[in-house]
Design a protein. Structure first.
Length: 212
């Protein structure tokens, strides 16, 4: 009898790219690209559960650091079972409290305020919606993410200003922002490098905790 699948949810393809490349190592895993934000995540996971009956759902992808102790590339998690926790801790991961936001925290000042007001260590946008649906369906759900930008970092652009009504990044708006401020190019290139490195670390962490 075939084992039930494990759904691994990412907001955008950049977060999932490396994991998808090594997916054959974990045939039970199925990637779900949810889109950004709670509404998109809710719709995507509801649609996925129409055809899949998973034993576990993992909300994954990037997170912003709120705790100054968290470096870029740190694996952060919540709601994992003891075996997963042991594996993640052994790999340098850190159990954290997440803040579930409705916008991207783009500046160090904003992240500092969130850390002080919520006591959270990291911020992301989709896990609460995914977890709530899984809870209603009686499906175990865990959050395993990787810190992209640290608490002390400003993002090179305000991604909230670049979103469409459906919470997708408009590359036309991004091009316009860069044309207005060419100095942002170096910051965007650095963020891309951080993204690639973070996605690689996340992929390896997921492979370690997902059974074959």
């Amino acid at each position: 009898m075939e084992a039930p699948p494990i759904l691994v949810c990412f907001a955008v393809k950049e977060e999932a790219k490396v994991f998808q490349q090594i997916l054959k190592m974990r045939p039970r895993a199925r990637v779900v690209l949810t889109g950004i934000g709670e509404k998109n995540a809710e719709a995507a996971i509801l649609a996925a559960l129409q055809t899949a009956h998973p034993s576990l759902v993992i909300s994954s992808g990037f997170a912003g650091g709120l705790n100054p102790a968290l470096e870029s590339g740190t694996i952060v998690f919540d709601g994992v079972d003891p075996a997963m926790e042991s594996e993640l801790l052994a790999s340098g991961g850190c159990g954290v409290k997440f803040h579930h936001a409705d916008r991207v925290a783009t500046t160090a000042a904003e992240k500092q305020k969130l850390h002080a007001s919520t006591g959270a260590d990291a911020v992301e946008m989709e896990s609460r919606a995914i977890g709530a649906i899984c809870e209603r369906a009686g499906i175990p759900c865990a959050t395993v993410r990787v810190v992209l930008d640290t608490a002390s970092e400003d993002l090179p652009v305000d991604f909230n200003d670049l979103m469409t009504a459906g919470q997708k990044v408009s590359y036309l708006k991004l091009a316009g922002a860069v044309m207005k401020s060419p100095g942002k190019i170096s910051g965007l290139k650095q963020l891309q490098k951080q993204s690639e490195a973070a996605a690689l670390k996340l992929a390896h962490a997921l492979v370690k905790i997902i059974p074959s």
